[in-house]
Design a protein around this ligand. Sequence first.
Ligand SMILES: O=P(O)(O)OC[C@H]1O[C@H](OP(=O)(O)OP(=O)(O)O)[C@H](O)[C@@H]1O
Ligand code: HPA
Ligand SMILES: [Mg+2]
Length: 179
Amino acid sequence: MHNEIEKVLISEEEIQAKCKELGAQLTEEYEGRFPLAIGVLKGATPFMTDLLKRMETHLEMDFMDVSSYHGGMESSGEVKIVKDLDTKVEGRDILIIEDIIDSGRTLAYLVDLFKYRKAKSIKIVTLLDKPTGRSADIKADTVGFEVPDEFVVGYGLDYQEKYRNLPYVGVLKPEVYGG
Ligand SMILES: O=P(O)(O)OC[C@H]1O[C@H](OP(=O)(O)OP(=O)(O)O)[C@H](O)[C@@H]1O
Ligand code: HPA
Ligand SMILES: [Mg+2]
């Protein structure tokens, strides 16, 4: 698996240090509140678990599965709910946790949905931001790292459902795509 990676963009150590830093920041932000932390399946799960362990406030966890990539490298443009929340959003402080913002379509859809469901506040924390990919007008409140205009894998991010379990973020060798 590791021999299919061309280069490591963000190491395991850098990711863990970032989780600690962002966790401390979010601890201050949500002090005395009870936010609803929503992980966007499946990509956000490694980041969500590492980040929330560093948040020293009470919080509730829930998950939503929306998909538009269907395992490939291009967004289909159509966001579909695969699994909805179990929790009511009305009146809650929502913290959306993502692995990456690329086109921004996934988050634009979720922010609209949670506004419609009358959230009290909505914040976005993402491990990665790829500003060059953007087609929807969306910005995260908290970003871990900016990534270049390349398809990245690892630490939740997949190519054809593989590589999510890498502890770092990297770029695949071209031959893996058959290129
Ligand atoms: O900004 P966007 O262009 O919408 O892309 C970002 C989204 O795409 C990926 O999820 P995907 O839909 O592939 O599902 P997955 O998390 O299960 O891989 C990623 O995890 C983000 O949720
Ligand atoms: O660069 C990416 N890698 C993996 N999944 C993604 N979903 C949006 N952008 C990406
Ligand atoms: Mg994906």
